[in-house]
Design a protein around this ligand. Structure first.
Ligand SMILES: *[C@@H]1O[C@H](CO)[C@@H](O)[C@H](O)[C@H]1NC(C)=O
Ligand SMILES: *[C@@H]1O[C@H](CO)[C@@H](O)[C@H](O)[C@H]1NC(C)=O
Length: 575
């Protein structure tokens, strides 16, 4: 053994050494198992950190978003008290994986884009052999004659969109806006919430059980010919024992798979050219602009719809770095395949080829030309928004040329930021004042691009121009609160509530006025009711008794109440 050390030394010195990489910056796109991940400053929402993937240690810059299967969150949102919220992280047989794109600056791997999921290649297909309506659990891929055999699964649904709520691991949620629990056509599916024999009105049996049978193909009738007992496309269709499903999820321990996506082999088609109609996106990839010595990748997408008669648009979503206002940029319009067209009925195929789709966007959308609507369950129909899960980065035309750095200046959401931070985690948490997400720092490139200087705006200036004004109230109505501690009762008036939908969230701008407009000014707080209530949020005083609040919520509010510290109160019904 004592000869081993000199031998190793000899081997090492048999190779040339160098102090720096041969050239730089140079690109990297690594995919692999996460060994470790850290956040530098857990109390800073925009803090960066580190990640080690297959032994390679990398830098996560400040202001980094990480894309998860259904939502994107800021890097620190992955942690609670410094601990990564990756269920079963490090447990035997469980692999947490990351895909990262970035540039090597000197010897540092600086990450620009990051995607995290558990077992990225996992796909499970099989029949549902049992459903427990009491817990919402179902079993897949077991033995048909043994209900409850196979994989124990449940929908990871923190807001109860598709059935009973499941709150344990909200990062790994289903998509509660653009449905990720669907028939192959895109029609949303659910698991009934009641186990006592009562039909769940949001998940009615009539949407599957027809004339005593359970067809796997249903053509919904038109609104004009539909009776109340007919299948109703405005609400979801229940999953049934015997359904053939493809599921993906996260193992959370105790043999439970928390499912974030489910596609059932069901042909649920809505009436032609009617709303609601639904979309499911299978693939959306964007070719990233290439330097002269590299090949540009192809931009393409595949989506499905319940209404193959209606053209579907594929578009990019540009985001103003100061206001967060979204602008749609058309990429391509496609007519989905009709029945017997030699391809899948309802499939919309987008093939843009090697075109320049600069600038790169974080999200892309798909929309049916018949328009969009919000269903009784709070889902968006006729539209589907998702992060770009796959950027096709350029490749060298001649092997041996220098591995050029990726040009992240073409990604405004990395270079300029993406406007006010919007909480992606489901639930009632609201940012009353939304700080701006800025440029990645350190910048993953040789020189950081110039940033946009955002004007210091009063909150009212951030009201999106394309938003819908729900109401403008002129009458004054208020009720005095009963608390005795308050002696100066004032009159509170909600002046306006403006709603702006986008980025998987709904933004409300609420303005109100108090009759008490001299010092000491009262504090006004807003609350809201709805699927996800708005907790007490303090409004910003604009002086003179005027107040404003910008909030982003995951789901629409039903009522908004503004309460003054001087006792006044007013409630408005929004929906
Ligand atoms: C079943 O439970 C639901 C929800 O708790 C309730 O609304 C319904 O009345 C119950 N039905 C029966 C038959 O007890
Ligand atoms: C990242 O943010 C922290 C505050 O959390 C700050 O101290 C640090 O300087 C920032 N790093 C860079 C490279 O901008």
């Amino acid at each position: 053994m004592k000869f081993l050390a000199p031998l190793l030394l000899l081997l090492v010195f048999a190779y040339a050494t160098q102090d720096a990489p041969p050239y730089g910056p140079s690109q990297f796109s690594n995919i692999g198992t996460i060994n470790d991940l850290t956040v530098t400053n857990p109390s800073d929402l925009f803090s960066g950190g580190t990640i080690t993937i297959d032994g390679v240690s990398m830098v996560i810059p400040n202001n980094s978003y990480v894309t998860l299967p259904s939502i994107s969150v800021m890097w620190p949102e992955l942690f609670v008290g410094g601990a990564p919220q990756l269920p079963q992280f490090g447990a035997p047989g469980v692999s947490w994986e990351a895909t990262v794109y970035g540039n090597r600056i000197g010897d540092a791997y600086v990450v620009a884009l990051i995607y995290i999921t558990q077992s990225s290649v996992r796909i499970i297909q099989g029949f549902i052999n049992a459903i427990d309506l009491g817990t919402g659990e179902f079993w897949v891929a077991g033995t048909s004659a043994t209900p409850g055999s196979g994989i124990r699964a449940r929908l990871n649904d923190p807001v109860g969109r598709y059935g009973l709520e499941y709150l344990d691991h909200p990062l790994w949620t289903v998509d509660a806006e653009s449905p990720s629990v669907t028939a192959a056509t895109g029609f949303p599916l659910c698991i009934p919430r009641y186990s006592n024999g009562t039909d769940d009105p949001l998940c009615p049996l009539k949407n599957r059980v027809i004339n005593g049978g359970v067809p796997t193909f249903i053509q919904f009738k038109t609104a004009a010919t539909r009776s109340t007992t007919d299948p109703d496309p405005n609400v979801m269709a229940p999953l049934m024992v015997g359904d053939y499903v493809t599921i993906n999820g996260v193992e959370v321990g105790d043999g439970l798979l928390a499912v974030y996506s489910l596609v059932a082999n069901l042909g649920l088609y809505t009436a032609p050219r009617e709303t609601p109609a639904y979309i499911r996106v299978e693939d959306a990839r964007i070719g990233v602009p290439a330097p002269a010595n590299a090949e540009l990748g192809e931009t393409r997408a595949v989506a499905f719809t319940t209404d193959p008669s209606t053209p579907m648009q594929f578009y990019a979503i540009d985001v103003d770095p100061c206001t967060g206002i979204e602008t749609e940029r058309d990429l391509q319009l496609a007519q989905p395949f009709s029945q017997n067209a030699g391809d899948i009925w309802g499939k919309a195929l987008f093939r843009l080829g090697k075109v320049n789709t600069r600038p790169m966007t974080k999200n892309v959308g798909f929309r049916l030309l018949t328009g969009t609507s919000t269903t009784a369950n709070g889902l968006k129909a006729g539209i589907y928004i998702q992060p770009v899960f796959l950027f096709i980065f350029p490749e060298l035309l001649v092997f041996g040329d220098e591995m050029f750095p990726f040009e992240f200046g073409d990604f405004p959401f990395l270079a300029q930021g993406s406007g006010p931070f919007i909480e992606a985690l489901p639930g009632p948490t609201i940012e009353a004042t939304m700080p701006l997400v800025g440029q990645l720092s350190p910048w993953p490139g040789a020189t950081a691009p110039g940033t946009t200087t955002c004007a210091v705006v009063t909150p009212s200036a951030t009201i999106p121009t394309d938003s819908t004004t729900l109401m403008t109230v002129t009458s004054t109505s208020s009720t005095a609160a009963t608390t005795t501690a308050v002696t100066q009762r004032d009159t509170v008036t909600i002046l306006s509530v403006t709603e702006d939908k986008g980025q998987g969230t709904i933004r409300y701008t609420i303005t109100a006025i108090s009759s008490h407009n001299t010092d000491p000014l009262p504090t006004l707080t807003a609350t809201g009711t709805g699927v996800n209530p708005l907790g007490q949020s303090e409004m910003t005083s604009l002086g003179g008794g005027n107040y404003i609040l910008d909030v982003a919520v995951k789901h629409g509010l039903e009522t908004i109440t503004v309460t003054s510290s001087h006792g006044g109160q007013m409630t408005l019904t929004v929906l």
